[in-house]
Design a protein around this ligand. Structure first.
Ligand SMILES: Nc1nc2c(ncn2[C@@H]2O[C@H](COP(=O)(O)OP(=O)(O)OP(=O)(O)O)[C@@H](O)[C@H]2O)c(=O)[nH]1
Ligand SMILES: [Mg+2]
Length: 206
């Protein structure tokens, strides 16, 4: 079904926060589909969830990296679940916390049975970093369904977007995929939000 702007917004308005988890075993189990948002610290994962769901602060955001330090679970009308993950690669967290969060994220993406799709967020201006490439290779190795979102495109020139798009597409040239693999968003300017809502709605409806 082709969903219009308004009905999509209504669908996402039914979002509720379920809980924050530091331990994989503590996360409630569901059968309905789930998608998660992963990526380096400060790329805009939590801001994007707020935009998608039209809730100002359902996911906590901050100017300084390392804001989200647990796995946060949201339900969208009990049709689909959204997961906001801690950012990886944030140098200022202690080694112990970094290891614990890394373990949590890894365990979650590998074990979570109802996880249907992973959105890997990359800052549109910064582009792919080694940690992103390692993550992509890990997803490919584990045959996980994922796509990449270039974020904060309001801050990017056309040239930088073009360059960073090519770098992403290069990685995918030896990898067969059926899905749309690349999205462009600005949580600030609302660009690309409807398109992404559609993608998530499709996953919820499968
Ligand atoms: N210009 C601009 N800034 C953005 C956009 N999205 C997020 N930001 C800003 O980027 C900063 C980090 O955003 P968060 O959403 O907290 O990032 P995060 O990826 O959840 O960060 P961690 O939880 O630390 O991993 C905040 O200051 C946001 O206001 C965007 O589309 N455009
Ligand atoms: Mg966050």
């Amino acid at each position: 079904m082709e969903k219009g702007h308004k009905s999509l917004n209504n669908f996402f308005l039914k979002t509720e926060f379920i809980g924050s988890y530091l331990n994989y075993e503590k996360i409630p189990k569901y059968f309905k589909p789930e998608v998660c948002f992963i990526g380096r610290s400060n790329v805009g994962k939590s801001s994007l969830i707020n935009k998608l769901t039209r809730k100002k602060n359902i996911a906590k955001t901050s100017k300084t990296p390392g804001r989200t330090q647990s796995l946060n679970l949201f339900s969208v009308g009990e049709k689909i679940y959204l997961v906001d993950l801690p950012g990886y690669g944030y140098a200022k967290l202690s080694r112990k916390i970094k290891l614990e969060l890394f373990k949590l994220i890894n365990e979650y993406v590998v074990k979570r049975d109802n996880l249907k799709h992973i959105f890997l967020l990359v800052d549109g201006k910064v582009g792919l970093k080694k940690t992103d490439i390692d993550t992509i290779n890990f997803f490919i190795e584990k045959i996980l369904s994922f796509s990449i979102i270039l974020t904060k495109i309001d801050k990017c020139s056309k040239n930088i977007i073009e360059k960073n798009t090519q770098l992403v597409l290069n990685i995918f040239k030896n990898y067969s995929y059926e899905d749309e693999i690349l999205f462009f968003v600005s949580a600030k300017k609302n660009d690309g939000i409807t398109n992404l809502q559609k993608k998530i709605y499709e996953i919820a409806s499968k």
